[in-house]
Design a protein around this ligand. Structure first.
Ligand SMILES: Cc1ncc(COP(=O)(O)O)c(C=O)c1O
Length: 293
């Protein structure tokens, strides 16, 4: 009997369960602007991510851009060449210069040993991605940032459900951003979130996410970085069962690794980080050649 292993199919809740939440939205008459479901989801995410004051965002890209603005970054930002395009393009959209430092081939994440050689007087921050949810070397990055007075943003788009040394991965750095795009392990169809330890940074993120105004008073030039009740409904429903889905992802990973144990299909490396729980399972294969037309 063949049991296909789906590696990219998005989770879809039973439609009647989603509809029940949509009925709640209809009853409330509030579709967006931090309605009851968005607030409920933010509280649930605090619990899951081990964070305080998680802020939902419209997507993972705007979350990075809001983080850049909230931290007041200028000039150059040292970042990774191995991530989704949004990591780098967010810097460019915010008028910053991305400066690539190389990655550690064993973790695919920014190699701390290659960061300092890229620091100049114009450097204001480090933007690193926890690629596939594999934790960056957060201690080394923090030490460099501290020594050079740099801010740290982690693109934790793939980091949902990962802990490192008993702490939610999204709690590291000045701001961590997540993507809840439909392709992610946990998703809200489109969506994202920001986690910041400093309450002042959280307030700034919140303000900038809502056009920079509170009521009719404008305090800053913000943007629309919010998400809707319909997206929050998807996330809230999924939150309730995501642990099951995480476990499913773990066993798919084990199954893939078992498949790859056959000699003709052996992954070159698969690195798990000590003291970390991950729900993604990257596998790398040796390139044996290219087929050209
Ligand atoms: C590493 C990384 N950063 C940022 C993003 C952007 O997230 P979103 O698609 O939610 O804007 C993604 C999304 O796919 C991603 O994989």
């Amino acid at each position: 009997m063949v049991h296909p292993i789906h590696v990219t199919r998005a989770f879809m809740p039973p439609i009647e369960e989603y509809n029940a939440l949509v009925a709640e939205v209809w009853a409330s008459g509030q579709l967006t602007n931090q309605g009851a479901l968005a607030l409920r989801l933010e509280a649930a995410l605090d619990h899951t991510l081990g964070a305080q004051g998680t802020l939902l965002a419209g997507n993972g890209t705007i979350a990075i851009q809001l983080a850049i603005k909230a931290l007041g970054l200028t000039g150059e930002v040292i970042t990774t060449p191995y991530s989704y395009a949004a990591t780098t393009t967010s810097l460019i959209w915010e008028g910053l210069t991305p400066v690539f430092a190389d990655i550690d081939p064993m973790t695919f994440c920014l190699d701390p040993a290659r960061i300092e050689e890229r620091i100049t007087t114009r450097t204001s921050a480090i933007l690193a991605t926890h690629v596939y949810g594999i934790p960056c070397d957060v201690e080394a990055i923090e030490a460099i940032a501290h020594a050079h007075r740099l801010k740290v943003i982690y693109d934790a788009a793939h980091g949902y459900g990962t802990t490192y040394k008993g702490r939610g991965l999204a709690t590291y750095g000045d701001v961590s951003t997540l993507s809840f795009h439909a392709t992610k392990l946990f998703h809200t169809a489109e969506g994202g979130a920001m986690v910041a330890g400093d309450p002042a940074v959280r307030e700034q993120l919140k303000l900038l996410r809502s056009f920079g105004h509170i009521g009719d008073v404008h305090f800053a030039a913000g943007v629309n970085g919010k998400n809707s009740e319909l997206h929050a409904a998807m996330g809230w429903r999924y939150c309730l069962i995501c642990e099951r889905s995480c476990n499913g992802a773990k066993s798919s990973g084990s199954a893939m690794r078992r498949c790859c144990a056959v000699p003709t299909c052996r992954p070159l490396l698969f690195r798990r980080i000590r003291n970390s729980t991950m729900h993604t399972s990257p596998l790398c294969f040796e390139t044996v050649g290219y087929v050209s037309e």
